[in-house]
Design a protein around this ligand. Structure first.
Ligand SMILES: C[S@@+](CC[C@H](N)C(=O)[O-])C[C@H]1O[C@@H](n2cnc3c(N)ncnc32)[C@H](O)[C@@H]1O
Length: 207
């Protein structure tokens, strides 16, 4: 994990400058997510990066705790929150794996462009399931490289050895869907804006 943390720390400033790749798709995902939000909701974002999405969602919920294991990502996110005078988002340097929260304490969890970066996606999905209240939602956007870029798996070890890639897992959309359903979630939305784009999923904990 230390190697991946270093990777994200190193690219944080550059990441913050990158424009949204597909603005229309991004806006649609924000709107689908907001349709679930209520003003009294407590939300966790895992792998929040430089905090842009958490800050955009902040007016629609009571509180967002946004974590990322990269200190540089969190520093940028915190500076943006201060500049925008947003007070209901708490940015915190923490890894998902070390996060300690009471079971059934969250209304929603956001995991945007992170599930394919985790060592154990199934464990993370099960962890989120436990943290959500019955009826809570897990909103994710995931690169499913196994669909049409399975060859990518072959270059990950070299890319990692050269420090050019973080930890990346290669799996298909079907494998991702299976991970959600095996954890107990029901899928409310599944949308891929185009070939080789991330798969957007809203998964609900029954209740
Ligand atoms: C591709 S970026 C996505 C950032 C943001 N969610 C977005 O959509 O722009 C992935 C982020 O996840 C963070 N990350 C990766 N693995 C993590 C883990 N195990 N715990 C916490 N953060 C993690 C990285 O530091 C990075 O900021």
């Amino acid at each position: 994990m230390a190697q991946s943390t270093k990777f994200w720390d190193r690219i944080a400033a550059k990441y913050a400058q990158q424009p949204i790749a597909d603005e229309a798709a991004y806006q649609k995902k924000l709107q689908i997510t907001r349709d679930y939000f209520r003003p009294d909701m407590t939300v966790l974002e895992i792998g929040c990066g430089t905090g842009s999405t958490a800050l955009l969602h902040a007016p629609y919920v009571q509180h967002i705790r946004a974590i990322d294991f990269s200190a540089n990502m969190i520093a940028i996110a915190q500076a943006k929150a201060t500049a925008a005078n947003v007070t209901n988002v708490t940015f915190e340097q923490a890894s998902l794996e070390d996060l300690q929260l009471p079971a059934a304490s969250l209304d929603a969890v956001l995991g945007l462009s992170i599930l394919h970066l985790l060592e154990h996606r199934e464990a993370a999905i099960a962890q989120v399931y436990t943290l959500l209240k019955p009826g809570g939602i897990f909103v994710t956007n995931t690169a499913c490289l196994g669909d049409s870029m399975a060859w990518f798996k072959g270059i990950v070890p070299l890319g990692r050895a050269l420090g050019l890639l973080p930890l990346v897992r290669v799996f298909t959309t079907q494998a991702l869907v299976d991970s959600f359903t095996q954890a107990g979630f029901t899928l409310e939305h599944q949308w891929q804006p185009g070939k080789n784009k991330g798969v957007f999923v809203v998964a609900k904990k029954p209740g």
